[in-house]
Write a protein of this length. Structure first.
Length: 299
């Protein structure tokens, strides 16, 4: 069935953790006929009063609809849940968190069983599902035909962004953004640790941090341009040599404040390594060139 604005596509949802339950309630509220299954049956039964059809077995849930959404614990759970289940003619949408390699392998596994497949990465928390104002969305990759067929339904819980027919690219986008997030969290945590014990309230530092990090947001686009052109020197204002020299102040201050520098030293060490490899060639660069060292052993 092809989605339209007047037709509510029926679907099956396997997995009712916090995220799965949020997805289920959003589809039900939008009027989609929904079959649910969960290993712990009570979680599925709780959705029956809201209109969900509860399946006793995963195989029965899959048999009931053409569109099957998976929101399970991990890739092994997907394997175990669908072991022996007839997938012929089914459209599988895998919202289970996984790696790019798992997405590619699961796509081949699904296609060998006669199913179309897209992998996905959810950029949001359960509270962001069904709340478009929060900015949550989902990356999808794999079968473009599947995505186009069901896009309207997939966009009910959160925005849908298709990032290519390589089934591993949704997970790769997901992990790339989450990795950047944790790096940001590390720097923020270090900043707050520095003022612990001082007559500086965290609440007074908070707006300054937000303002400064926002001002430094240009680095995202700037780094992309430099990695594409491989030009790390044009238009540089704060060069690598200067930043390496200045990093000593960060480390000394941390020591004076009794704060471990473990959250920031990996990046500072990478900058020093880049400079030391060829000072004449790299001193005038910005810091983007340092990240090329991360692909250790890459072809």
């Amino acid at each position: 069935m092809t989605d339209t604005h007047t037709t509510k596509t029926p679907l099956t949802l396997l997995g009712l953790g916090a995220m799965g339950t949020a997805l289920a309630r959003t589809w039900l509220a939008a009027g989609h006929p929904l079959t649910v299954w969960n290993r712990t049956a009570a979680k599925a039964a709780a959705l029956a009063p809201e209109g969900a059809l509860v399946a006793a077995e995963a195989a029965g849930a899959v048999a009931g609809n053409d569109l099957i959404v998976l929101c399970l614990l991990d890739d092994k759970s997907v394997e175990a849940t669908l072991d022996g289940v007839d997938l012929t003619g089914k459209d599988l949408v895998n919202l289970t968190t996984g790696t790019p390699a798992e997405g590619r392998a699961r796509a081949a596994w699904a296609e060998a069983r006669g199913a179309r497949f897209v992998d996905a990465g959810i950029m949001g928390t359960p509270s962001m599902i069904g709340a478009p104002e929060t900015g949550g969305y989902v990356f999808y990759s794999g079968s473009r035909a599947l995505f186009d067929t069901h896009r309207v339904t997939l966009e009910v819980p959160a925005g849908a962004r298709f990032v290519g027919e390589d089934p591993g690219h949704a997970a790769l986008h997901d992990v790339a953004l989450l990795s950047a997030m944790y790096g940001l969290f590390a720097g923020i945590s270090h900043a707050y640790a520095l003022i612990e014990g001082e007559d500086i309230a965290p609440a007074s530092l908070s707006p300054l941090l937000s303002e400064w990090l926002g001002a430094m947001g240009f680095f995202v686009g700037n780094a992309a341009e430099r990695l594409t052109s491989r030009d790390f020197t044009s238009g540089v204002e704060s060069n690598l040599a200067m930043q390496v020299a200045a990093s000593a102040t960060l480390l000394t201050t941390a020591a004076e404040q009794g704060v471990s520098a473990e959250l920031i030293t990996p990046y500072l060490d990478l900058m020093r390594e880049r400079l030391a490899a060829d000072p004449a060639a790299h001193a005038g660069e910005d810091t983007t060139g340092a990240l090329t060292l991360l692909r250790r052993g890459a072809a």
